[in-house]
Design a protein around this ligand. Structure first.
Ligand SMILES: [Zn+2]
Length: 178
């Protein structure tokens, strides 16, 4: 039994210590693999790498171009291309998209809600695009505002057609029944 006691004493520190500590001491592979797997994922979005920066207008490679200057390809200001990836999306582009989508099925009550939602969607889309061009809104503002603009135009046209159709029907009904 005296020969069994020393191995039990050697096993006791492994049992009393917390589980993760001997695992990290015994296997150095997980501590090495976890920083290498997590560090590029966190470093890539946070640090603005100028090597992967392209003009948001024409896609020209803006590597080494100062923020205050303009794109040599299309003449657009470089600043929105730099800040557009980190700035939040404009709330007006969200409002434009929601109003634009809502304007299409809003062809009720003689198309008036669709006309109102469509005009508001176009209005907010233009303001969101102006914010984006001024470098005050994120990169996702542009496609959202464009989608809101297109949906708003469709909803506005549908509402106007609905309203004009009803007006034409009323005029036709009046003329048909003298
Ligand atoms: Zn450009």
């Amino acid at each position: 039994m005296n020969h069994d006691d020393p191995p039990q004493d050697e096993l006791d520190p492994y049992d009393t210590e917390p589980g993760p500590d001997p695992a990290q001491d015994a296997e150095p592979v997980p501590p090495l693999s976890s920083p290498t797997s997590t560090s590029p994922n966190y470093a890539a979005p946070v640090s603005p790498e100028p090597t992967s920066l392209f003009c948001i207008q024409c896609g020209y490679n803006l590597t080494g171009i100062a923020i205050g200057s303009t794109c040599p390809e299309c003449g657009r200001a470089v600043a929105p291309s730099f800040y557009g990836q980190t700035l939040p999306t404009s709330g007006k582009s969200v409002a434009s998209l929601v109003l634009g989508i809502c304007s299409i099925p809003a062809c009720v009550f003689y198309g008036v809600p669709a006309i109102i939602c469509g005009i508001l969607a176009i209005f907010f889309a233009k303001q969101a695009k102006a914010q984006f061009k001024a470098g005050k809104a994120g990169a996702s503002t542009q496609p959202m505002a464009t989608a809101g603009l297109v949906c708003g135009i469709i909803g506005l046209c549908l509402g106007l057609l609905y309203l004009l159709g009803i007006v034409a029907f009323i005029i036709f009904a009046i003329n048909a029944n003298p």
